[in-house]
Design a binder for this molecule. Sequence first.
Ligand SMILES: [Zn+2]
Length: 233
Amino acid sequence: MRILAIGAHPDDIELLCAGTLAKFKKRGDKIFMAYLCNGNKGHFEISAPVLAQMRKEEAKNSAKLLEAESLGPVAPDLELYRDKPTMDKVIDIIRKVAPDLIITHSPFDYMCDHTVTSQIVCDASFMATLPNYKTDYPAHTRITPIYFMDTMTGINFQPTEYVDITEFIEIKTKMLLCHISQAKWLKEHDGIDYVEFMKKIASYRGLQCGVPFAEGFQAYPVWGRIKPERLLP
Ligand SMILES: [Zn+2]
């Protein structure tokens, strides 16, 4: 299968679904990792243009660990809108990748870039299938099932499916640590240990399903997206 994960910021996929992506990869699937916002406001000291460039490199380095293609961004942080130029760019990410499954944010996550990403991805993946909606790439041939990844720290999110990522917690950690600007900043500025933060979420989801580490997901529950078989690894 072709798996497309679309996060808001360059490190969201690593925090919330990289273990599952690594599991997909191990069974032979092709992984694509996209982010929509360039991460340029995720620091108080490094300037926006320098930070955006740094974070692009960090995202690429992380994607390399899964031999995944890194795609994006389409907008600066906090300037992501569901307007036509943005939709066309996201539609073209989907058309270029032609995914069998998409993972993105929950519509109830904690901040606007995440919730807008969720809305844009749901809408764009529908629009991507319409041949009369013209962009640079030809239409995708199928409506793609979507899974929402966990909210940040799991608030207001009851998973309907779990993925045991115990075997993949190390690569998830390595991918997360590719985001050097964030790891250092969160520790110095907010006193947050980035890896510990991620592992607490994964171990809590693991506790719920009886394994050391897990990631939780919800299928996007609308007509045309639901499949009778399990799609997550
Ligand atoms: Zn984010």
